[in-house]
Ligand binder design. Structure first.
Ligand SMILES: *Cc1c(COP(=O)(O)O)cnc(C)c1O
Length: 368
């Protein structure tokens, strides 16, 4: 590298960002393990695939035409499903793009963003990229949300509070009373971003964050995605529902114009028209979640509660080494890296046979 290149001034907020801890892809896992049959359990994808209506609808795709920058048909379908005016909905290239857009729309350098630890990497990374200072509220030792600590942080009026519920990576979700206490503590200067990427996997008696927040007077964003329950992770489509059209307008201005490609728009509309497929897949996955969690408890590992399509497991040994053990058997899991959680792995609920492979491998590991 020539010296002049190393001296070229980059944006320090972006150049110094911590990496996003993405799961290993299947091709790399094949190379590492020498096995063809990879159980990909690191990225919370849907092992059932997606509704067959999606492939049928994609026959109408015209790759030569620019996509609709306003996602008109998809926003109309979402508005109808959710009972929300379409001018409060912004669609993204995955909901992760909406995390970036809300940061860009709201934050000025030096702003404070609060979130939870352990948490979803992009809640921190996108805030840092916009020059914010990130404060993290730890979960309690029993891996429940620390509502008192969250309220304490909200009282300091951060510009944004990011919270995933159900939580990635922990899997627990806020009950109605906890959500109400949090809402009561949000001041007008703070934007509450409730990331509900796993909404569809949560028990029916848990609150619908969008409904509860819509009844409040807060400025808020609720994030949801087609990547998890609907099985469209590869197409990249998720959305933000905001408290008001002004905020949605700022987020729209903050994204690139043709951010959601034509295939993703067609697929998401088709997936919404076949919610029965999604509901049935979620039921199957929840039954598997119960089975896998029970098998893990039976091994003497700490019990895991989950309102998502994954389990966050204290394996009581270094998770990086454990990840290699799983990988050697063609199983991809995510080793958690946040300080204090280096003994945890996050494993997605897959097909029954992939789950069995995982259970065999974790059984062999933890009885060593
Ligand atoms: C998976 C996930 C997302 C991002 O999903 P997209 O694929 O970008 O829609 C956002 N938030 C959380 C908490 C997630 O786990």
């Amino acid at each position: 590298m020539k010296a002049s290149h190393t001296e070229f001034p980059l944006n320090p907020h972006v150049a110094g960002l911590p990496p996003y801890n993405a799961g290993m892809n299947i091709a790399a896992a094949r190379l590492h393990s020498g096995r063809e049959d990879i159980a990909a359990l690191a990225s919370n994808e849907n092992p059932d695939g997606c509704s067959p209506a999606v492939a049928a609808a994609l026959a109408s795709l015209n790759p030569a035409r620019y996509c609709d920058p306003a996602c008109t048909a998809l926003r109309a379908a979402l508005g109808e499903k959710l009972g929300v005016a379409t001018d409060r909905i912004v669609v993204g290239n995955g909901s992760e793009e909406m995390i970036a857009a809300v940061c860009r729309a709201v934050l000025r350098p030096g702003a404070v963003v609060a979130t939870i630890c352990p948490g979803f990497g992009l809640h921190e990374i996108e805030a840092l990229a916009n020059g914010a200072v990130v404060v993290k509220v730890p979960m309690r030792r029993d891996l429940e949300f620390d509502i008192a600590a969250i309220i304490g942080e909200l009282e300091k009026t951060p510009a944004i509070f990011f919270l995933s519920s159900p939580s990635n990576p922990v899997g627990v979700a806020l009950g109605r009373e906890s959500l109400d206490r949090i809402i009561a503590a949000v001041r007008p200067e703070t934007l509450l971003v409730l990331d509900e990427a796993y909404f569809e996997f949560a028990d029916d008696n848990l609150p619908d964050g969008l409904a509860v927040l819509s009844a409040s007077s807060l400025s808020f964003v609720v994030l949801r995605t087609f990547s998890k329950a609907y099985g469209l992770a590869g197409l990249r489509v998720g959305y933000a529902v905001t408290s008001d059209a002004r905020l949605a307008g700022a987020m729209t201005a903050a994204k690139t114009p043709f951010n959601v490609n034509a295939a993703a728009q067609i697929a998401a509309v088709a997936a919404l028209r076949d919610e029965a497929w999604m509901r049935s897949s979620v039921l199957t996955l929840k039954a598997e979640r119960t089975r896998v969690a029970a098998a893990i408890a039976a091994m003497g590992l700490p019990a895991v509660r989950s309102q998502t399509n994954f389990l966050f497991i204290d394996i009581r040994r270094d998770s990086q080494m454990a990840m290699q053990h799983f990988l050697s058997q063609g199983i991809i899991v995510k080793a958690w890296k946040e300080s204090g959680f280096e003994n945890f792995i996050r494993v997605t609920i897959g097909t029954p046979s992939d789950n069995d492979r995982f259970l065999d491998a974790i059984g062999a590991l933890t009885t060593q």
